[in-house]
Design a protein around this ligand. Structure first.
Ligand code: HEM
Length: 142
């Protein structure tokens, strides 16, 4: 049972990573159409929130069921989770309120979207590699 929950957690993380990579295309949506970008930004952030909420929910279930306790590795996951959520909300709002009709602002925000996505992707990859190394016994923080 716990094994299945952990598998779901790690599968969701991989789906999330795939989503983030696919999201790199968002800034290229309707280059000439600011409203298209704004709409894509909204749909993107909705799916982002849904996936990250599922990851946390399943993670918390695993945490309680498995009695893992607050190891450093779990604190790291929660910290990365909170950071990702914070960055995403800031980015979403910036694009929502930004004056996309202004060509320079439009360009700037599309660039910011790409850079922020890159940071988020690196954070998830870091976490996955960290967990793999932990399981292999290369590092131990618990
Ligand atoms: C509130 C947020 C989260 C909670 C409560 C949580 C909890 C857990 C727990 C209890 C485990 C199993 C115990 C362990 O291996 O230490 C685990 C495994 C894992 N978590 Fe999380 N997690 C959260 C967020 C995240 C996030 C945001 C990521 C990726 C960025 C992530 C990636 C992983 C990975 C890769 C594993 C290893 C899965 C495996 O062994 O196959 N977790 N998590």
């Amino acid at each position: 049972m716990l094994e299945q929950i952990l598998l779901t957690h790690s599968l969701l993380v991989k789906v999330f990573l795939g989503f983030l990579v696919g999201g790199l295309l968002i800034p290229f949506v309707g280059i000439k159409n600011p409203n298209g970008f704004r709409k894509a930004n909204f749909i993107y952030t909705m799916i982002f929130q849904a996936l990250i909420a599922m990851i946390a929910f399943v993670g918390i279930v695993a945490l309680v069921m498995g009695g893992f306790g607050m190891t450093l590795s779990i604190i790291l996951m929660i910290a990365i989770w909170a950071a990702m959520m914070y960055i995403e909300i800031r980015k979403y709002k910036l694009i929502k309120i930004g004056n996309l009709q202004n060509e320079q602002t439009n360009k700037l925000l599309r660039g910011a979207f790409l850079k922020i996505s890159a940071v988020q992707i690196l954070l998830v990859i870091f976490m996955v590699i960290f967990k793999v190394m932990e399981v292999k016994g290369v590092i131990s923080l618990s």
